[in-house]
Design a protein around this ligand. Structure first.
Ligand code: Z16
Length: 811
């Protein structure tokens, strides 16, 4: 075993443990080992360090009887772990040295690790950034999610078309998981529920149910420069082998075994849509599976520590990330009442003291509603409880708003044959928050207006944040080193002290260094792009990047229109004054989202056509990077110069990519949406480039009656650009997109690309013209880095801990 106090972990400890793992697991010496074996041995040794640190931390939590937050989320986008763990544990140099002696390059080993895609995008990555901060700030926390056998699909672009391939990450990527087959729970579905009264006591009987076993796989999450190692528990579904003995006795061996093999599909695959729900039965089963296993686990841990539930709400905070885990509300009611004989009132009191809820979207298609019949059949007891929660809620609302049927039906949990998960979540949570100031205001004013009027004290805001160590310190070592030299290393634990960097805004040597670092990072990205695509991106061009899930509201189409208009201009006038630009796109479309796939095809086709034109491609280039994921983002962020955050105002709840670009010194070109609003407040107007209609103006425009065609008619540039879609690119016409924009059957241009086009082009030109003045650009870049500390997840988690969860540091 390694010395557990890592400050005295020596290189010889590292050498010895590596050698012993190699010999024990692979029967080889370091000389005989290949890269893969070395990588696996390294993971095993780091896991040992984590395990032993974790048991010490758990002791402390126990001794201090500390309150723990349980973070329930259907997605955690963890990214690769070896590099992050070595950095967080502060043992990079020891490993680097020993591995070098053995003839291996640590950076190459990092690349061997698959990037587990247990999430779609922002929501899942946020959950992982939060786990990092919780550990780094020494807060006791446990994440719960599902161990999907297949994570988010791998994306290939073939002739401009997105093709999906399965991501069977477990094949090589389960190295960080610790299976805990000793800690399983059973989850019940289907069947019939009835009540039995005996001696004035009621027992709930659930019959003919089907049962699935939940097996935990733990991933340990170490803090950076801290004592805490928390865990992320991923549940895997396993069938319970209670074979139909009747069939066996009839000699039907094969059928008896076949009959039992449906359970495991529950944790088979992650639903691949971001900001959109599908209402599928399997998804409902996944949600209940997560929630039921996690709550049984939380309760049994609590009983193991305290032997009673009376202090449950003092020691436990349960957070539901979006409404996906909202079934934990009726599930906790069920356990308390049906198993621990709580009265309804006492159980409700506990639930409303422990549960809090974050909303992540206002898009109507993302607000979950379950069909009542499907819900009742799959989860009969849970349906009873939700009905009773609803009955009591409506009763209370009736006393508050006598006769106001409209309002009560809007606020009800069940209505029009649907179970409304957002209403359930608000009704039962002590606190509800949005993820940026603007988003939290919109919640109060629009989607949750009625609830805000009835229960204003529940509503608050916590603006999102990112793991600044992963996204700045570990991903951008060169910038990190410059910061260390200028302002010391304090910012790693106290991101707000990044503001000290402002003092260097007139230091020409620092400004020059900033430019050099950006160029070196661009070169690294350029190599990466060349290896993937064979295209050479000119490091002297401006790297303008839009990477995020493909969605109409995020308006990749608007960005494409901008590039088309530049292309037209260059074709008409090859000497036009345009600074060379490399436009980089990346992002996956939900497999069934036709419009998003069409936009990928457009961007790809535009890129291909330009690539065949030597004159044009020297000035503008369009690159679509396949399979955008956390690892790719770690290469992209440090190399970006323009960050495209151009969603229609009012639609992006927060955005977190924007923060990763900012802290790496990119200048934002964006609308007043989500966290962009607060980024503008942080840097002042001269270091961010804002365009387009505000959320309020968008609302007014809808009320007035938005007619996209008028913008088309009024602007020559826009008309030429949209018309050009008809002719298409690389042999493909995009006339469907023309109709979508100006002559749709329903609403044309539902995300107002045309309304913001002129302002976008104008602001883009203003921004790129600054690039002539390298020093001025560097100054603005420096200001972004220095002001990005506010957008660290450490700040967000500090707010959740103090204002919502009421948890304390355990040191
Ligand atoms: C998701 O990634 C988000 C919202 C949602 O309802 C579902 C999913 Cl899977 C995103 C938001 O779109 C984004 O604005 C936000 O930054 C992110 O969640 C984290 O809060």
């Amino acid at each position: 075993m390694l010395q557990m106090n890592n400050s005295i972990l020596t290189t010889s400890d590292v050498r010895n443990t590596l050698e012993s793992k190699l010999s024990r697991y692979f029967g080889v010496t370091p000389q005989e080992a290949d890269k893969n074996q070395i990588y696996k041995a390294a993971v095993l040794t780091v896991k040992d360090i984590l395990t032993s640190k974790r048991s010490k931390y758990k002791e402390k939590i126990k001794k201090q009887r500390a309150k723990t937050v349980y973070y329930l989320c259907m997605e955690f986008l963890v990214g690769r772990s070896l590099k992050n763990n070595l950095h967080n544990l502060g043992i990079v140099s020891e490993y680097e040295k020993v591995l070098n002696e053995m003839g291996f390059d640590l950076n190459e080993l990092y690349e061997l690790e698959p990037d587990p895609g247990l999430g779609n995008g922002g929501l899942g990555r946020l959950a992982s950034c939060f786990m990092d901060s919780l550990s780094s700030l020494d807060y006791p926390a446990k994440g719960f999610s599902i161990c999907y056998e297949y994570g988010l699909f791998k994306q290939k672009i073939i002739d401009g078309n997105q093709v999906e391939f399965p991501d069977d990450w477990m094949n090589d990527g389960d190295g960080w998981l610790v299976p805990r087959t000793d800690k399983t729970f059973s989850v019940k579905f289907d069947g019939h529920v009835s009540e039995k009264w005996e001696n004035g006591k009621c027992t709930v009987i659930h019959e003919e149910y089907s049962e699935v076993q939940a097996v935990p796989y733990d991933m340990m999450i170490s803090g950076s420069d801290s004592e805490a190692v928390n865990s992320l528990r991923l549940w895997r579904a396993k069938e319970i082998s209670n074979f139909n003995m009747n069939l066996f006795s009839q000699g039907q061996y094969v059928r008896a075994i076949q009959e039992n093999s449906n359970a495991e599909i529950i944790s088979k695959v992650l639903y691949p849509s971001d900001d959109h729900t599908e209402g599928k039965l399997l998804r409902l089963s996944q949600q209940y599976f997560l929630v039921s296993a996690s709550l049984q686990n939380i309760i049994s841990d609590h009983l193991a520590s305290y032997g009673t539930l009376y202090n449950f709400s003092d020691k436990v905070a349960i957070h539901i990330n979006d409404t996906h885990p909202a079934l934990c509300i009726p599930e906790l009611m069920r356990i308390l009442m049906d198993i621990y004989s709580y009265s309804w009132e006492n159980a409700w009191d506990v639930v409303t003291k422990v549960v809090s809820y974050t909303n992540h979207t206002v898009l109507p298609e993302a607000l979950e509603c379950w069909n009542v019949d499907l819900f009742r059949l799959k989860l009969p007891r849970i349906y009873n409880i939700v009905s009773e929660i609803n009955r009591r809620l409506c009763e209370d609302l009736w006393t508050m708003y006598p006769g106001d049927w409209d309002r009560i039906s809007r606020m009800a949990i069940i209505g029009y044959s649907q179970v409304k998960m957002a209403n359930l979540s608000i009704a039962a949570s002590h606190t509800v928050n949005g993820v940026s100031k603007l988003h939290s205001d919109i919640l109060k004013k629009t989607v949750f207006r009625d609830y805000y009027k009835a229960m204003p004290y529940k509503f608050t805001n916590v603006t999102n944040g990112i793991a600044h160590r992963r996204w700045l310190s570990w991903s951008n070592p060169k910038l990190s080193k410059l910061l260390d030299e200028c302002i010391g290393e304090e910012y790693k634990k106290k991101p707000e002290t990044l503001t000290e960097f402002n003092k260097f805004r007139d230091d020409t040597s620092v400004l020059e260094r900033l430019q050099e670092i950006k160029t070196e990072n661009k070169l690294a990205l350029s190599k990466f792009i060349f290896n993937k695509t064979g295209i050479i991106a000119d490091v002297n061009s401006i790297f303008d990047v839009q990477v995020k899930r493909m969605h109409e509201y995020k308006r990749q189409l608007l960005n494409a229109l901008k590039i088309i208009s530049m292309y037209i201009e260059l074709k008409e006038n090859p000497n036009a004054h345009i600074h060379p630009c490399t436009f980089i796109f990346g992002g996956k479309a939900a497999p069934g989202y036709y419009k998003a796939k069409e936009i990928i095809k457009l961007i790809w086709s535009l890129g291909s056509e330009i690539e065949r034109d030597p004159k044009i491609r020297d000035i503008i280039r369009v690159i679509y990077l396949e399979d955008y994921n956390v690892s790719t983002a770690e290469i992209l962020m440090p190399a970006s110069e323009i960050s495209e955050q151009i969603s229609l105002a009012g639609k992006e709840a927060s955005g977190t990519g924007c923060m990763k670009f900012m802290i790496n010194g990119a200048l934002t070109l964006g609308t007043l949406d989500g966290a962009n609003v607060e980024m503008k407040e942080a840097v002042n107007d001269d270091s961010i480039y804002i365009f387009g209609h505000t959320a309020e103006e968008v609302d007014e425009l809808w009320k007035k009656g938005y007619e996209a065609i008028r913008y088309y008619q009024a602007s020559d540039k826009l008309r030429k650009t949209v018309d050009r879609l008809h002719r298409g690119f690389n042999g493909t016409s995009f006339s469907n997109l023309v109709s979508y924009l100006i002559s749709g059957y329903g609403v044309s241009d539902p995300y107002m690309c045309l309304a913001d086009f002129d302002s976008y082009i104008h602001t883009f030109n203003e921004l790129t013209s600054v690039y002539q003045n390298k020093e001025l650009w560097a100054k603005k870049s420096l200001r972004n880095i220095a002001q990005a500390g506010y957008f660290a997840a450490d700040r967000s988690i500090g707010e959740y801990a103090a204002d919502i969860w009421h948890i304390n540091h355990v040191k």
